[in-house]
Ligand binder design. Sequence first.
Ligand SMILES: [Fe+2]
Ligand SMILES: [Fe+2]
Length: 422
Amino acid sequence: MNANTAAVAVDFSCANPHALATILEASQTQSIIAARDIFDISGTKLWARDLPVSQALQRKLLDRQLREPLESCLKAENGVTAHTLVEAVEALLKQPTPLTALLHAHADAILREAAKLPVHPVAQLLLTATRSSRPVAYQHAIQAMALNGALMLAQGGKPAELRTAMLCGLLHDLGEMYIGPEFGEADAERTLDVLSYQQLVVHPHVGQLLISQLTDYPAEVARAIAEHHERMDGSGYPHCLRGEQLSMQGRQLAVTESTLATLAESAAQLSRASVALRVVPGEYDLRCVGLITQVVRQQPTAPAQRTAEELQERLAKLAEVMHDASAATTALRGAAMSAALKEALTLTEHLLARLHGGLMTSGLWSVDPVAAPDAAEVEAVEGELRFRLRRIERAVRLRAGLLTDEDSQRLDGLCRQLTISG
Ligand SMILES: [Fe+2]
Ligand SMILES: [Fe+2]
């Protein structure tokens, strides 16, 4: 366990306050009851079987060690089932989204498999609570289940692999419920808040523990969930795993998660997601990236929103920002500073160089928007670069942690250089 995963202790012998709060909120619209008597570690009965959960239960559970994990003791009546999953996928297929073409090509097989998906009681409880209290997160789970299934079918996966892929998609972010609502993925991406980010990076680890300790799903589901924010070049989280260290399902789930994140972040088209997957070669599994790119190629290209000249100007500005930020990082190194700031500067240099190098290798940097037939691709590259620079700022602040006033002023100055207006 590294520093990041240590930031959130997960021990299912005590009720997690965030998960419990979500379950209680859901219990206002959904019947959630004790499936059996709930005892603390010393054998005192805290709650009787069949009683609905309530604030009183929350008070009794406070910091109390339990004989069995709370998740295994509760039951959601009329909760999420394979049948409701099918309905949710049907509703998704009816909406026109950037994923429509990809999903429709495999709709029948996905619906058939969804109808047979095993919904373990703990998964049912947590998914039902998510559906009531965090509907956006539930929609994300449904989309991930369908997309991850479609990607598996597109590469000729066997029935067992399809089932695992769909389970991975459905369950991949359950760990988020354990880190508090203020640390949701979308929020942390926007706010660059270091504490939020430190909390956020543990959700794959929490998800893995949930699946492996509280359910009987196959080990490869837990593993893929642990890996869903890792990158093949070692730049992911929480463990900076590389290439062969990542399972096949984990690599594919990472592509699914990134594709959905890009589409949600900027209300973007699939072409933007395809650029995001390619801008730094080596991050994602090429086979999966190819599947997304192939669908994009078959679609009519959307016109760019900006003129070619505007795009050229914006790309030139980005090149200047990257160049100046690299120069400023090197210059700062001369000053006397803490080891923490030094480390953060080394990371800044590394990430900027990697982004620049990636752009060169992918050939996306040298596309001339005036001459290019596809200005929309150039626009997607430009949008993705801005997003990547914001991410570099966040990663650097995270690495630096708490600094002295003087050092944090230095870092703020550098981060301002990474910020582009407009
Ligand atoms: Fe995630
Ligand atoms: Fe996700």
